[in-house]
Design a protein around this ligand. Structure first.
Ligand code: SAH
Length: 331
């Protein structure tokens, strides 16, 4: 931007002004840039477009959760979610339009992967939720999870650029410790993140620590089996010293036996970790069903006995299809 203005015979500083309008004030048009002269705004309009997102539809759950259907400049839609608790507001953002993985229990997997989101499209979802948090909850956004549509590690560069902006002093100045990237587990990319010594947190959607079972529900596991994932995670911990969170749903008749629990305990031994047992959010006719409380307790007891931290998570925003695995542009 600075070079552009210099070439136009204007001051380089003008570039900083425009940059500020774009990234800090979230301007959607050059006309909104009120400290810039009319002539310059006209010039900008001639040379550039601002491909901004627009919140097309906002739905509110009875539990306070908000889901945004976000329209991109080319008309495609992604969803992002604001999850409020007593003390926090968490943004759950998308990284791709649709998803190329085929997890059998996830509604997003039924949407074809159309394209990767650009860094600004990820950043702007965060900004939209920050604004909603200030408006409805009177506080800024406090945490971000990359648990919306898509596989963040298959859009690695753009996700990292967005996180850089979110954490930079020109952006939201948010601590990377408040950001979690969730992945189905792409070993090569986990190693890359480790090498780059990223400072955000890592969550892995595990759901089973037994290859045959994991492949049957996450076919992607056939290409990246658990042994490879485990090695990559060990490497991650060595490099970053950052504990890994495993996301895990327990389903009736799929992974609800003591053998499953033992396999998970074994898997957790390789690097300091924590298990989040998440409630299943039904998406179909009942192929998958939430396991019984007894099965959940068996997991909790088994893990705790081995000193592994485990939490049981209740779903938020289920009534508006905003919970884990329910993002599918239904409306
Ligand atoms: N592709 C990344 C980011 C999506 S995160 C990943 O897989 O981690 C979405 C989380 O919700 C994942 O942990 C996913 O396994 C989980 N999930 C998907 N469908 C679900 C459902 N129906 N009920 C509960 N959790 C689900």
């Amino acid at each position: 931007m600075r070079n552009f203005f210099v070439a136009q015979g204007d001051k380089a500083f003008r570039g900083n002004q425009v940059y500020e309008w774009l990234w800090q004030k979230g301007a959607h048009s050059f006309n909104a840039m009120t400290n810039i002269s009319k002539e310059t705004r006209f010039l900008l309009d001639t040379y550039f477009v601002i491909n901004h997102i627009a919140v097309d539809q906002m739905q509110r759950s009875s539990d306070g959760t908000i889901k945004n259907a976000v329209r991109l400049h080319d008309g495609l839609i992604v969803e992002s979610v604001l999850i409020p608790t007593k003390s926090r507001t968490t943004a759950c953002v998308s990284s791709q339009v649709g998803c190329s993985l085929d997890c059998k229990f996830c509604a997003t997997s039924r949407l074809k992967r159309m394209r990767n989101l650009n860094p600004d499209e990820i950043y702007d979802q965060v900004i939209a939720i920050d604004k909603e948090s200030r408006l409805y909850f009177d506080r800024p956004l406090s945490n971000i999870v990359f648990m919306g549509m898509g596989e963040p590690l298959m859009n690695y560069n753009n996700v990292l650029k967005a996180i850089d902006k979110i954490t930079s002093s020109e952006g939201l100045k948010m601590s990377p410790k408040r950001i979690t990237v969730s992945t189905s587990g792409v070993p090569k990319m986990i190693r890359k993140m480790a090498d780059e010594e990223v400072k955000f947190k890592l969550a892995v959607s595990l759901h089973s620590a037994i290859d045959e079972i994991r492949t049957s529900i996450m076919p992607f596991n056939a290409t990246f089996p658990l042994a490879d994932l485990r090695e990559a995670l060990q490497y991650w911990y060595q490099k970053t010293k950052s504990r890994i969170t495993y996301e895990y749903v327990v389903w009736k008749g799929i992974n609800d036996t003591q053998t499953d629990v033992n396999a998970l305990i074994d898997f957790c031994k390789f690097a300091p970790s924590k298990v989040n047992l998440i409630e299943y959010n039904p998406i179909d006719d009942g192929t998958f069903q939430q396991a019984s409380d007894a099965a959940i307790n068996m997991y909790v007891k088994g893990l705790e006995r081995k000193g592994i931290t485990v939490t049981v998570r209740r779903s938020r925003g289920k009534d508006i299809d905003a919970a884990c695995g329910q993002l599918a542009n239904k409306s």
